[in-house]
Design a protein around this ligand. Sequence first.
Ligand code: SF4
Length: 312
Amino acid sequence: MSCKQTTLHRSEILELEMDLTGTCNLRCPLCTRNYAHAGHLLKRNVRSFKEIKEQLDTFTNLEVFYMAGNISEPTLHPEVKEICRYLVDRGVAIELFTNGSTHNPKWWAELGEILSSNDRIYFTICGSTQELHEKYRVGSKLQDILDNHQGFISTNKEGIDHIQHIMFKYNREDYESEAMKSIIARFSKTFNVDTEGQRTFNEYVKSFDKDLIRPEDERKRAIDALFNIKPKPGESSDIEIKCMSLRDRKIYIDQFGQISPCYGHAEYEGPGHFSGEVFDYGEVLSFKFKDCFKCERRIQKLIDVMELDFVC
Ligand code: SF4
């Protein structure tokens, strides 16, 4: 792709991320669901499998489907197994991020029969005891996740199951404990992430203990430094937006089917940026939207150097 390219045709999209319902069964403090500025996204809408399939059929060269749910738990969609079957049949790799706190082990065993070696599933556990786990995963039962994971691997032997652990200041020590090691050993792979730095700058609808739910000190300093130098639209003519959506040919679709270049864009600028066959990134690249600062050339470099991979 030429670096001058400013549009993408639908057929050029390789990856997409979709919210399936707009609902979730947990109340994690730093979740987008708790952002004061993101209230416009919190609308329940369950599109039928038929409608979702018709939309996905238009992306003819899709390779990866992120069933991540920025504001939704994906497994709450009543036809999520049908969606998975369709994607597997198409050869589109599924990246399913779940809180693992829905349904029962039998349901998860059925899902295990559907997912292939091409796919990956991530169960999030943030502590080795119920008390630690639920400090962040509010409303979740650790034992239920372990049982549901057991159900999944009873039928799926592909080694695609991951434990996702989100690191905060409060659970760093626990991560090294014997109890946590034995939980990790139940899974085929681990996927560790640090808490998303940007989230410390938002206003929240429901309060929580901000001294407890925060990044580790070094990471917090790096994030603070980055946000202190963030550029604003019109501030300088020397701004170059290296849009990751355009670079990776990856888009975001909300629970209503509206398309945005990325999730952050839907969150800050409202949904429904793209329609038709050709997606025009002109306004994004001219830095019309202040939250595109994350993709500004120098900020991107800093994110790389400081390994703040989860900021955007
Ligand atoms: S934040 Fe803006 S520039 Fe970055 S990926 Fe999203 S739309 Fe593109």
